[in-house]
Write a protein that binds this ligand. Structure first.
Ligand SMILES: [Zn+2]
Length: 262
C-alpha cells in the first residue's frame, strides 16, 4: 500500500529550505525541528522530479487511483508531493521574489491573491482546517508575494503536521472534511505556480528549469483534473496555458472521481 507517510522527511526538509531561502526569521512554531538542511539545488529538483515521475511514465496514467488504493491516502500522498515540488521550485527564485520586486501577490495585473489572517492563528495562518475550532476570520489583506508564500506554506505545513488531519499511523481514518481541505490546499498551492509563471518565468528559464516547472504544473493539473479538485475558472491567469496543455479540452468535462463542492 502506498503511503504518504514516507514523504514526511522530504516535506519537512522542503519547508526548511523555503524558510532559509526567503530569509525570514524562524518563529518558534516554524523553526526547524532538526538540523539545518542545505539549500535547494537544481540537482535536487531534477532528482526529485525523476523520483516522483519516473522516466517515460505517462502522467495522465500516473495520477489515476490505483486499484485497491484508498482515495484519501492517494490524495494525501499527492498533496505532500506537490507541496514539496512547489517549495523547491519557488525556492530557486526566492532571490528574485522580494517585497521590492513583488509588493503584492499577483498573477498578471488582473489577479491579486489576498491573505486571510485569523485571530487564533499561530503564524498568521488561515485557520485550523481540522474542524475542531472556528477561528474568527479577519478581512483578507494584501501582502507581498514572499509573505504570502511563506504564510501559505506554513499553513499547509501546519495541516500536514496535524495528526488529526494527516494521520501518521496506518489505519487511522482521515477526517470527514479531508477532501474539502485537499481542494482548498490545492487551490491555494496553485497560486504559487501562477505567480512563478506570470512573474518569474524568465528567471526559471534562466536557470534552465522551465521543463521542470512545466512537468510539475502539468502533473498538478492532471491530478486536479482527475479528481476535480480545481474548477477551470480557478485557473484564472493560467487558464490559457492549461487549455493549451490539454489541447483546448474542457477540464471539467471528465475525471473519474468528482470531488467538487456542488
Ligand atoms: Zn515574485
Amino acid at each position: 500500500m502506498l503511503t504518504f507517510r514516507n514523504s514526511q522527511t522530504i516535506k519537512t526538509r522542503g519547508f526548511k529550505t523555503l524558510t532559509s531561502d526567503i530569509g525570514l526569521p524562524s518563529t518558534p512554531e516554524t523553526a526547524p525541528k532538526t538540523e539545518q538542511q542545505p539549500s535547494t539545488t537544481h540537482r535536487d529538483i531534477k532528482n526529485y522530479a525523476e523520483a516522483t515521475l519516473g522516466s517515460g511514465s505517462s502522467l495522465a496514467q500516473a495520477v489515476k487511483l490505483p486499484i485497491g488504493e484508498d482515495l484519501d491516502e492517494w490524495l494525501a500522498v499527492h498533496v505532500v508531493s506537490f507541496y514539496n515540488q512547489i517549495n523547491m521550485l519557488y525556492g530557486t527564485i526566492t532571490e528574485f521574489c522580494s517585497a521590492q520586486t513583488c509588493p503584492r501577490m499577483i498573477a498578471t495585473q488582473e489577479y491579486e491573491y489576498l491573505w486571510q489572517p485569523s485571530v487564533s492563528s499561530r503564524t498568521s495562518n488561515m485557520g485550523s482546517a481540522s474542524g475542531s475550532s472556528s477561528p474568527r476570520k479577519l478581512a483578507p489583506v494584501s501582502c507581498t508575494a514572499p509573505e504570502y508564500v511563506e504564510n501559505l506554506m506554513s499553513w499547509v505545513q501546519d495541516n500536514l503536521d496535524d495528526e488529526r488531519i494527516f494521520p501518521n499511523k496506518t489505519g487511522v481514518p482521515f477526517p470527514t472534511n479531508f477532501q474539502t481541505l485537499v481542494r482548498t490546499m490545492m487551490k491555494r498551492l496553485f497560486r504559487v505556480y501562477a505567480h512563478i509563471y506570470c512573474h518569474h518565468f524568465d528567471e526559471i528559464a534562466g536557470l534552465s528549469l522551465q521543463a521542470h516547472l512545466n512537468t510539475s504544473f502539468k502533473h498538478f493539473v492532471l491530478f486536479c483534473k482527475e479528481f476535480r479538485l480545481i474548477s477551470t475558472k480557478d485557473y484564472g491567469p493560467l487558464k490559457e496555458l492549461v487549455l493549451i496543455m490539454f489541447d483546448g479540452n474542457d477540464l471539467d468535462a471528465d475525471g473519474d472521481t468528482d470531488l467538487t463542492d456542488s
